[in-house]
Design a binder for this molecule. Structure first.
Ligand code: UT7
Length: 320
């Protein structure tokens, strides 16, 4: 087998919804500001007893059901998360146990913040295509609202919780065509949670800190660049893109990226209004949204692209 193909998708959003109007009751903000700057209307918040792996579990069960596979058919789990259940073990190992998998397949986490899903997909794709695994569960799961300072209106309005999962299977026919990954640690300070666990204490802030303007400019540039790089690698043109599935950071970033690439708005999957930015979960949630709404047709070309803290970014082309 030379390739991996996506054979199932699943998503999960926590039940509790917090609207922009809800936020404006305790914060100096308003629905109009948040909508015009970000396109976000509401976000979902995990219940106190729900951990990232619980969100991942429901998304994974739905993805397995859509793929027609049982948990023990999965011999690789890669979880992209910035908000793991704990320092260790990995959320992927916790998920493996919660799914009831006993086959000793590999399970590990990937950390590349909002671009994490593209990194996880690249890892799983190459492992499946090379024969290291047959059926991979690739999950993006986050409880971002746990690392927000609810008094910082510049960041807390932007994020939400959720999980998405894809099942990849080894295949003779191309599914994932290629993935292109990049990082530049020189920009690590414009988006970070600087706090560290040290000697039994948290030293430094445990909340998201961000230079919004710098992140915005960087994101638009690299989302478009990496998508173009992926097209060029496969001898394809911008006009060949049937669907752009970008990281759902905010609608202005997605609109600007689509405009740069010349992709019309009706070819862009957008879930940000109802989910906000779910970091590593946003791309698989957007993929699941596209599948459930009957957007993707066999043979169509999907361009997935994401960017996040690190800075890290990348793009992947998928033949549906
Ligand atoms: O996965 C990547 C995650 N990060 C992102 O996606 C963020 C990328 N950056 C952005 O999307 C934008 O930079 C923001 C939406 C975060 C901010 O938009 P902006 O147009 O860059 O606004 P700004 O930061 O320049 O702030 C403009 C004004 C400021 O007030 P003054 O100084 O002009 O009086 C802010 O204090 O808007 C104020 N402001 C708010 N007002 C109402 C900042 N946040 C809010 C808010 N509600 N939530």
């Amino acid at each position: 087998m030379k390739y991996s193909r996506i054979i199932g998708t699943g998503g999960y959003l926590p039940e509790k919804i917090v609207t922009n109007d809800d936020l404006s009751k305790s914060l100096e903000t308003n629905d109009e500001w948040i909508r015009t700057r970000t396109g976000i209307g509401q976000r979902c918040i995990a219940a106190p007893e729900q951990s990232t792996s619980d969100l991942a579990l429901i998304a994974s069960q739905r993805a397995l059901a859509s793929a027609g596979l049982a948990p023990n058919d999965i011999d690789l789990i890669v979880v992209a998360t910035t908000t793991p259940d704990m320092v260790f073990p990995s959320t992927a190992c916790i998920l493996q146990e919660k799914l009831g998998i006993t086959n000793n397949g590999a399970a590990f986490d990937v950390q590349a913040v909002c671009s994490g899903y593209i990194f996880a997909l690249a890892t799983a794709d190459r492992m499946v295509a090379s024969g290291m695994a047959k059926n991979a569960l690739v999950v993006g799961a986050e409880t971002m609202t746990r690392i927000l300072d609810w008094n910082d209106r510049g960041t807390c309005v932007l994020f939400g919780d959720g999980a998405g999962a894809l099942v990849l299977q080894a295949s003779e026919t191309p599914g994932i065509l290629s993935t292109h990954l990049h990082s530049d640690g020189r920009h690590r300070h414009i988006l970070s949670v600087p706090g560290q666990i040290r000697d039994g204490r948290i030293e430094g802030s445990p909340f998201i800190h961000m230079d919004g303007g710098a992140v915005f400019r960087f994101a638009v540039r690299v989302l478009a660049e990496s998508t173009e790089e992926a097209l060029k690698h496969n001898g394809l043109q911008l006009a060949d893109i049937d669907w752009l599935v970008p990281h759902q950071a905010n609608s202005r970033i997605m609109d600007a990226t689509a405009k740069k690439l010349g992709v019309p708005p009706e070819k862009v999957i957008s879930t940000v209004a109802g989910q906000a930015n779910t970091s590593a979960a946003s791309v698989p949630l957007a993929m699941d949204h596209g599948v459930r709404n009957g957007c993707f047709k066999p043979g169509q070309l999907l361009a997935l692209t994401a960017v996040g803290g690190g800075f890290a970014w990348g793009a992947s082309l998928v033949r549906w």
